[in-house]
Design a protein around this ligand. Structure first.
Ligand code: ZN
Ligand code: ZN
Length: 419
């Protein structure tokens, strides 16, 4: 037990950390390009925030949250997603005073779920939120950011699906139509969908079981119910995406389960991942900020799962080669030389030259082997002679050429030869 991490968690070891860092750097570069600024919210929040912000009756809130009572008798929850926290921070810090606010985040989220490939209990998401603007151009900007991000990583086989889920004015009409339609098929519905029929018939559309059944093909489409505002909004989003040269598929069955979602919904799938193919998803949530206690404020965003993206990159052989090579490896023999070598090591690092030395007090020959194995370009050899004459023997490990140079010139010589 003591030597096993909890189920659904995973160590990111040094050989993988490079890929994570690379991915996070890509995210930060891209967000800068689009004018989104980073926000970091707490890992835990008051449970109520997620109950309100995600919604009771959802799987996330009812079955998947890590909730506990702290020593002050407060109910605390590890964040299962970050949108509610970002909205809380937006309201608490009065960020709305600035007009449109464009934010992104990268961080761990927590859900008590059955662990499988690309889905952990502690998982990582990158997401963006644009708060305070109803213009459909912002929906398109968010979708483009997600799309260009995945493209820029080198992923092919990506599909962008978009839909509209209407608004509080037109959605009830659609719900009623769906309810009527599915009531006729009630015997065919799975148990979950029998329950959804009353509360949220739109969720039947994306049911993993019933989605494959024949009656689904003739289910009413939301287009027939949209109000003018929602119709115009959706048309504009499509126009913007087309102008940007992005291909998309309209998927009438792409719905978001929650009431606060409005208008645009989208998902980007990486087909080779099969059941876990959704790598990014989001949309407009004009109803959320009010739900959490702010003024009626439009907003749109998405979240992307980093584990799944890394999995996709691995499948496509797109992960960057790890680069742990150092410039110099210091080798010494004798007690006095070890101190001299240690000072040299320190000086090189202060000059911004990556350097290592073998602390195992092995023979000179073994140290030279370690130097070769390290991938370093140079071995810096220090023995009694070098200490006595304030020099260092610099050996180029690629060409085997070596020369003795004054110790205070080593960093200069390495900088020149290394560039
Ligand atoms: Zn509407
Ligand atoms: Zn179902």
């Amino acid at each position: 037990m003591l030597t096993n991490a909890p189920r659904g968690t995973k160590d990111i070891l040094p050989e993988q950390a490079g890929s994570w860092l690379w991915l996070e750097n890509k995210i930060r570069e891209l967000c800068k390009l689009y004018g989104y600024e980073e926000i970091r919210t707490p890992t835990f929040e008051h449970t109520e925030l997620f109950q309100r912000g995600i919604g009771e009756g959802t799987d996330v809130v009812d079955k998947e949250m890590y909730t506990f009572t702290d020593r002050g008798d407060r109910s605390i929850t590890l964040r299962p997603e970050n949108t509610a926290s970002v909205v809380r921070a937006y309201l608490q810090n009065k960020l709305y005073a600035k007009g449109l606010v464009k934010l992104f985040y990268i961080g761990s989220m927590f859900r008590y779920d059955r662990p499988q490939a690309g889905r952990l209990r502690e998982f990582h998401q990158f997401g963006v939120e644009a708060l305070g603007e109803k213009n459909p151009a912002v929906d398109a900007e968010i979708i483009l950011l997600a799309w260009e991000f995945l493209k820029s990583l080198g992923l092919d086989d990506l599909t962008l699906k978009i839909n509209t889920v209407g608004c509080p004015a037109c959605r009830p009409i659609y719900r009623r139509k769906l309810k009527e339609y599915f009531t006729e098929e009630i015997d065919e519905l799975c148990d979950d969908c029998k329950r959804r029929l009353d509360k949220n018939p739109m969720r039947i559309l994306d049911c993993k079981i019933d989605g494959l059944k024949d009656f689904m093909d003739d289910a009413p489409k939301i287009e027939t119910c949209l109000c003018d505002d929602c119709r115009e909004h959706f048309n504009r989003v499509k126009e913007f995406l087309t102008a940007a040269g992005v291909e998309f598929v309209i998927d009438n069955r792409l719905v978001r389960g929650l009431d606060y979602y409005t208008k645009t919904a989208f998902e980007i799938q990486y087909t080779p991942l099969g059941a876990q193919s959704a790598v990014a998803g989001g949309g407009r949530y004009d109803g959320l900020i009010k739900e959490i206690g702010g003024d009626d404020t439009p907003a749109v965003g998405f979240a992307a799962g980093l584990e799944r993206i890394l999995l996709a990159l691995e499948l496509q052989n797109r992960l960057p080669a790890s680069n742990k090579k150092i410039a110099a490896f210091v080798v010494s023999s004798g007690m006095a030389a070890e101190v001299y070598a240690f000072k040299l090591l320190t000086d090189l690092r202060r000059e911004n030259i990556s350097a290592a030395m073998d602390f195992g007090k092995k023979s000179l020959k073994a140290q030279m082997k370690a130097a070769a194995k390290s991938g370093a370009k140079f071995a810096l050899i220090v023995g009694e002679d070098e200490v006595a004459s304030s020099t260092v023997t610099v050996k180029n490990l690629e060409t085997s050429a070596q020369e003795k140079v004054p110790v205070d010139e080593v960093s200069n010589i390495l900088s020149q030869k290394n560039s």
